[in-house]
Design a protein around this ligand. Structure first.
Ligand SMILES: [Zn+2]
Length: 108
């Protein structure tokens, strides 16, 4: 089974990384300030892990074998839509006054 994941934010394909939410600095400060908040914060940090994209660090990674992962791969593999070569505007043929095709509208 392919363990690789694809990021729906930046399109990176590869192994995601697991990060711990929060900040180590805040943890230290809380421990130095009072024991209880530091303990609570540490407990929260040990449980607050999330899998993120190794490139952009966003938690928007999906398994490459999932339908969404395959759709993303297809979308990203498709070459970017290029602007169609704009054809030069067709030269307008000089309008010839054709007296035989005069519309029957009277203008006063
Ligand atoms: Zn990403």
């Amino acid at each position: 089974m392919d363990k690789r994941m694809i990021c729906s934010s930046c399109g990176s394909i590869g192994a995601p990384v697991v990060i711990t939410k929060g900040s180590f600095l805040i943890e230290v400060i809380l421990w130095l300030a009072v024991l209880v908040p530091g303990l609570i914060y540490t407990i929260w940090r040990t449980t607050a892990k999330e899998t993120v994209c190794a490139v952009c660090r966003k938690p928007t990674v999906v398994g490459i074998e999932t339908p969404m992962g395959q759709k993303l791969q297809r979308d990203l593999a498709r070459p970017a839509p290029t602007l169609e070569k704009s054809e030069p505007p067709p030269k307008v043929a000089p309008r010839k006054a054709d007296p035989t095709k005069r519309m029957g509208r009277a203008i006063w």
